[in-house]
Design a binder for this molecule. Structure first.
Ligand code: URA
Length: 272
């Protein structure tokens, strides 16, 4: 367990300690007090949480609290009359635990708010957390290149299933996605896209409520339905650009997905 740092500590020693943690992959501090997980002791006391879900784990024990956070999110989302108001409502919302796990700011959207396609990724990464916009890091640059090449770039509105960076860029949990979902649905209502591009497994599985892996879902058309089934949109899952950066041989499958999407869009735009 980390020892308390004396106030007269040598700055060079502190620098070296920070470099050590950083190299070990520690990017954020999620607790005010260090927790020695090797000792079975009562957890350190925390200041009162202003929101219900601050440190909630994804377990059934917090289900009623999740319910309350979702109800609050729905009310805030419904009251947002445009995308600017929706972005403000998300930024002020305290019901998503991710907000309190090291995220610098909320990350909502970029792209064309009148675009006929809405691309929905998993959640912001480090670069997105810094800049406050989705898909602006390496993966986002690849996504942009591919959308451009498919003639789609200025026709896409881009967002994610969660609006705060999951610590260490882990996959968002179902709980975190569920709490953010009312805002995402309101964004879909406000933008009114003709189709959805579901970028990566965590987005595709959550949006379509499917258990299959992305390699089986990708490239196939599904119907996305809003909870009240007032909105029904064609939705196409595709591979995540971060996966393509690790597995370049898979790019041709993602490329084929984008062409499938562009072709359907052009077909719909043509006069009958
Ligand atoms: N990956 C995502 O799924 N979304 C982003 O915004 C960035 C990386």
């Amino acid at each position: 367990m980390a020892q308390p740092i004396p106030s007269d500590a040598d700055p060079r020693a502190l620098e070296s300690l920070l470099a050590f943690w950083s190299e070990a992959g520690v990017e954020v501090c999620v607790e005010d007090e260090p927790v020695d997980r090797m000792v079975r002791a009562a957890p350190p006391s925390r200041p009162a949480a202003p929101a219900l879900l601050r440190h909630a784990p994804a377990s059934e024990a917090v289900a009623p609290e999740i319910g309350e956070a979702v109800i609050e999110a729905r009310a805030l989302a419904a009251a947002a009359g445009d995308l600017g108001a929706l972005a403000e409502a998300i930024a002020a919302f305290e019901g998503c635990p991710l907000k309190f796990q090291g995220a610098r700011q909320s990350v909502f959207s970029r792209g064309n708010p009148q675009g006929p396609v809405m691309a929905i990724g998993e959640g912001p990464g480090g670069e997105e957390d810094q800049q406050g916009a989705p898909f602006v890091g390496r993966a986002g640059k690849l996504l942009d290149l591919m959308l451009n090449a498919a003639g789609l770039h200025d026709r896409v509105f881009i967002t994610n299933t969660v609006f705060w960076r999951p610590p260490g860029n882990r996959t968002p949990t179902l709980l975190e996605q569920s709490v953010c979902e009312p805002f995402l649905e309101r964004a879909i209502e406000l933008v009114g896209p003709k189709m959805l591009l579901l970028v990566g497994g965590a987005s595709a599985k959550f949006m379509l409520k499917k258990d299959e892996g992305i390699l089986s879902l990708r490239g196939r058309w599904f119907e996305w339905r809003s909870p009240a089934a007032e909105l029904v949109l064609p939705a196409l899952p595709t591979l995540h650009p971060a996966f393509l950066l690790r597995q370049p041989a898979a790019k041709k499958r993602a490329w084929s997905d984008l062409l499938t999407l562009a072709e359907r869009l052009d077909r719909q735009a043509r006069p009958a």
